[in-house]
Design a protein around this ligand. Structure first.
Ligand SMILES: C[S@@+](CC[C@H](N)C(=O)[O-])C[C@H]1O[C@@H](n2cnc3c(N)ncnc32)[C@H](O)[C@@H]1O
Length: 265
C-alpha cells in the first residue's frame, strides 16, 4: 500500500525538516544505536547517520526502503545504517535500543483497532531498560487536518520526479470523528513538457490520537510517560500546540516506583 508513495515521497516532504534538530537532540541524549520505525526514504534516518549515530530503520514498504538504500549508498553511510523490511506489528529484531521512535504521524498508520496497542508493545520490546520511545503526531485540535470534507484541493506543483516533468498533487480528505480517522485520497499527476499526463491514485487512512488516550496507551504498554510536548522545541502541550509528542521510558526492572519518579524528575 505504501509502495505507491515511494516515487513521490521526497517531493511530498521537500523542505520539510523542522523536526530534524529535535530527533538529533533526542539521539544525543540517549546515545545510539537508534531504531526508527517507519523510516520511509530516510528523511530523518540519514541526517542521524550523518551525525555519527548507528541507525536501524524498519519499514513495511520495499519501495520506500529501496529509495532509502540508494541514498545511504550514495552518501557512503552503509556502515552506520541497517535497513530492514518488516511490518512494525511483527517487529522482532532480537535486540534492544536506547531510543526507538516514529516520526511525522507515522504512528497514525496503525489505523485499525488493536494496532496501536500491538505496535507499542512491539516497540517497547525493542527498548533497553531506561530507553526512550518517542512519537510525533498532529495535535488533533479543530482544523488541525485542514480541509476534511472531501473537497479536492491542490497541494503542490513541483518539478520531478522524472527530469523535465512536473508533478501536480491533489488531495481530498474525509474525517470520521467517531473512528478518529482521516481518510486521505492523493492524486499525483505527472505532466511532461509536451503535456502527456500519468496519473497515480494513492489512498490511505490516518488514525489520530488524543493526549489522554496516548497517556493510557503508554501506560498499558508498560511505559512511564516522561512528558507530552507540543512542539519540536519541547514546549508544554496546550490547546494551541501543533504537535503532540509523547516521550515514554521503559522502566528499569527492579526499580521502585519512587526510584523511577526520581529518575524522571
Ligand atoms: C509518513 S511516512 C514517514 C517516513 C519517515 N519516517 C519520515 O519521517 O519522513 C510513514 C512510513 O511508515 C511506513 N509504515 C506504515 N505502516 C507501517 C507498518 N505497519 N510497519 C512498518 N512501516 C510502516 C510507510 O511505509 C512509510 O514509509
Amino acid at each position: 500500500m505504501f509502495d505507491v508513495f515511494a516515487r513521490f515521497y521526497d517531493l511530498d516532504t521537500e523542505g520539510l525538516n523542522a523536526d530534524l534538530t529535535f530527533w538529533l537532540q533526542l539521539a544525543r541524549r540517549t546515545g545510539g544505536p537508534v531504531l526508527e520505525v517507519g523510516c520511509g526514504t530516510g528523511r530523518v534516518l540519514i541526517p542521524l547517520a550523518e551525525a555519527g549515530f548507528s541507525v536501524v530503520g524498519i519499514d513495511v514498504s520495499p519501495a520506500m526502503l529501496a529509495v532509502a538504500r540508494e541514498k545511504v549508498k550514495a552518501r557512503g553511510l552503509d556502515e552506520r545504517v541497517d535497513l530492514v523490511e518488516c511490518n512494525a506489528l511483527d517487529l522482532n529484531l532480537g535486540r534492544t535500543f536506547p531510543l526507538v521512535f516514529m516520526a511525522l504521524n507515522s504512528f497514525g498508520h496503525f489505523a485499525e483497532p488493536g494496532e496501536p496497542e500491538r505496535a507499542l508493545e512491539r516497540m517497547r520490546a525493542h527498548l533497553e531498560p531506561g530507553g526512550l520511545l518517542a512519537l510525533d503526531l498532529t495535535n488533533p485540535t479543530p482544523g488541525a487536518f485542514g480541509e476534511t470534507t472531501g473537497l479536492l484541493i491542490h497541494e503542490y506543483t513541483r518539478p520531478g520526479p522524472c527530469p523535465g516533468w512536473q508533478t501536480v498533487k491533489l488531495r481530498s480528505q474525509w474525517q470520521s470523528f467517531v473512528a478518529q480517522r482521516i481518510e486521505v485520497s492523493c492524486i499525483y499527476d505527472e505532466v511532461s513538457a509536451s503535456g502527456e499526463i500519468r496519473r497515480t491514485l494513492a489512498p490511505f487512512a490516518l488514525r489520530y490520537f488524543y493526549p489522554q488516550e496516548l497517556r493510557l496507551l503508554f501506560e498499558r504498554a508498560g511505559l512511564v510517560l516522561e512528558g507530552m510536548y507540543g512542539s519540536y522545541d519541547l514546549d508544554p502541550l496546550d490547546d494551541d500546540s501543533d504537535r503532540l509528542i509523547p516521550i515514554g521510558r521503559n522502566p528499569v526492572r527492579g526499580a521502585s516506583s519512587r526510584d523511577r519518579r526520581q529518575r524522571h524528575a
